[in-house]
Design a protein around this ligand. Structure first.
Ligand code: SF4
Length: 278
C-alpha cells in the first residue's frame, strides 16, 4: 500500500464500535467535521491512564534484558508509563489531565495498577518464548498498528495491536491479551486476533490467552480448529454491513456516560434523564 487509506482498514475495536453504537462510529470515522479533529473531543479518563500504564509497563519490562526483569524494575516501568494522552509530557501527578479528581484518587489508581502488575509478575511462565512484543515507544505506538496492516481481499484491510505473541514448542503461536478490566470472552475478538496474527506471522495460531490482571487468572482458548477462511468470511461480512450502512443511529448503552461525543449526540436529551453524572 503506497498511501495508507485508513478508512479501508478495520480493527477489532472499530468493528465492535459499529455494533455497539453506529452514531459513535460515525463521529469517530466518518463525520467530515468531527472525525478529522476527534482528538479534541477526547476526555481524560482515569481508567484509560491505568489501562495504558499497565500495558506500557509490561511492554517496557519485556524490552529489558532478562536479568533486569525484577519486580523493582517493573515498578520503575510503571512510573515511566504513567502518562496522559491529553498531555504526554506532563509528569506525575497527572491530576485532571489524567481524569483524576484529586491526589488521593490518583494514588489509589496507581496502587491498583501496581497490584495488577504484581499479579502479572507472579504468573508462572517457565517455558516462555517471546515471539513478538510491541514497540518500546509506548507513547507513540501507532507504528505497531501500521506494521500489522494486511489485506483480507482485494479492497479491505485489517489491523490491530498485539500485547504479546509467544512461540510454542510445536512451532505454533499463542497470542496473549492483557486485560485490566472486566472479564469477557468475545469469540469474535479471539478469532480476529488469530486471523491477524496468521496473516502477519505466517505461522498457525493455536491458542489465544486472556490474562485477567486484576484477578491473577489466565484463560486459554484453543483455536487450532478454527480456519482462517471462516474467520475472513465473518470479518468480511461485518465490514460489508458498515460499507452498506446509510444511517448511523445512536444506540444508548451503558457506556453513554463515557462517550467522548455525548455533547454532540442527537440522543443526548433522551440519555440525560437516565443518567446522574453528566
Ligand atoms: S452518547 Fe451514547 S448513543 Fe450517543 S454516540 Fe455516544 S454511545 Fe452512542
Amino acid at each position: 500500500m503506497k498511501k495508507t487509506d485508513f478508512s479501508k482498514i478495520y480493527s477489532y475495536s472499530k468493528l465492535k464500535l459499529f455494533e455497539s453504537c453506529p452514531q459513535q462510529y460515525y463521529f469517530n470515522y466518518l463525520d467530515p467535521e468531527i472525525a478529522p479533529i476527534k482528538k479534541q473531543f477526547l476526555k481524560p479518563r482515569d481508567y484509560k491512564v491505568k489501562g495504558q500504564a499497565v500495558h506500557g509497563a509490561i511492554t517496557l519490562f519485556y524490552h529489558l534484558p532478562k536479568k533486569k526483569r525484577t519486580f523493582d524494575d517493573l515498578k520503575k516501568c510503571l512510573a515511566q508509563a504513567w502518562y496522559s494522552e491529553k498531555d504526554p509530557k506532563k509528569k506525575m501527578p497527572l491530576g485532571g489531565m489524567g481524569g483524576f479528581r484529586d491526589l488521593k484518587h490518583e494514588r489509589e489508581s496507581y496502587t491498583e495498577s501496581l497490584e495488577m502488575l504484581k499479579n502479572f509478575f507472579y504468573i508462572k511462565e517457565p517455558d516462555l518464548k517471546l515471539f513478538y512484543i510491541p514497540t518500546n515507544k509506548i507513547q507513540n505506538s501507532f507504528c505497531d498498528y501500521e506494521e500489522m496492516i494486511k489485506p483480507i481481499d482485494k479492497k479491505r484491510y485489517i489491523s490491530g495491536k498485539f500485547d504479546r505473541v509467544d512461540k510454542l514448542a510445536d512451532n505454533t503461536l499463542r497470542i496473549v491479551d492483557f486485560k485490566t478490566g472486566r472479564k469477557s470472552s468475545d469469540q469474535f475478538q479471539l478469532t480476529f486476533y488469530k486471523l491477524l496474527a496468521e496473516l502477519n506471522f505466517n505461522l498457525p495460531v493455536k491458542i489465544v490467552s486472556f490474562y485477567y490482571l486484576n484477578r491473577k487468572e489466565v484463560v486459554d482458548f484453543d483455536l487450532s480448529h478454527t480456519s482462517k477462511n471462516s474467520i475472513k468470511k465473518k470479518v468480511g461480512d461485518k465490514i460489508k454491513k458498515i460499507e452498506d450502512a446509510w444511517r448511523f443511529p445512536p444506540h444508548f448503552n451503558g457506556l453513554c456516560n463515557h462517550c467522548d461525543f455525548l455533547e454532540l449526540c442527537p440522543a443526548r436529551k433522551i440519555i440525560k434523564p437516565k443518567t446522574k453524572t453528566i
